[in-house]
Design a protein around this ligand. Structure first.
Ligand code: K1U
Ligand code: ZN
Length: 174
């Protein structure tokens, strides 16, 4: 197993549109294991392959309190979305330290393959519904800050670029 580096906003690779997974083979199963290890290590509740610079339609999620209910979504498609929407506070491992409100469908039904390549429809509500919509945006090259005003987005971009320059300088000194 391996911890994978996560792309951080405004890295342009976060805007790549992911391609369907062709086969749930040993390579994909290893990627799933590494993505879960990375997500748990970062205390995240979800991770899209886009965030680790792999541009295939693969998402891992665990919204359980015990961190013991991993869920895999391969080639996910929303087949039904509730007309009701809600604004929820979101965060993102690719935009560390930033939280803001995003409007999402309250409930969605998602068809996807599981980690063994079996197709099923998952009825998502609550945090799972918010998280799968956030992760599926990643697969389309969209980061949650793109729902915010241009003013907020530019402030976040500047803050992230400053942090990245500071981290690079610290890395060079070490
Ligand atoms: O995609 C990601 O970067 C993971 C992201 C998922 C997510 C969190 C919250 C709302 C929507 C999507 C995270 O895991 S951020 C860190 C986190 O654990 C968290 C943040 C806010 C609320 C709940 C959890
Ligand atoms: Zn995210």
């Amino acid at each position: 197993m391996a911890l994978l580096p996560i792309l951080t906003y405004p890295d342009p690779r976060l805007h790549t549109v992911a391609q369907p997974v062709q086969a749930v083979d040993a390579r994909i199963k290893q990627l799933i294991a590494d993505m879960f290890e990375t997500m748990y290590d970062m205390n995240g509740i979800g991770l899209a392959a886009t965030q680790i610079n792999v541009h295939e339609r693969l998402v891992v999620i665990d919204v359980s309190e015990g961190r013991d209910q991993p869920q895999v979504f391969i080639n996910p498609e929303i087949v039904w979305a509730s007309p009701e929407t809600k604004i929820n506070e979101e965060g993102c491992l690719s935009v560390p330290g930033i939280y803001d409100g995003v409007e999402r469908h309250e409930r969605v039904h998602v068809r996807a393959l599981d980690g063994e390549g079996q197709s099923r429809v998952v009825e998502c509500e609550g945090l799972l519904s918010i998280c799968i919509q956030h992760e599926m945006d990643h697969l389309m090259g969209k980061v949650f800050v793109e729902y915010l005003s241009p003013l907020k987005r530019n402030r976040i971009k500047t803050k992230m670029q400053k942090l990245q320059r500071e981290n690079q300088r610290e890395g060079a000194r070490a």
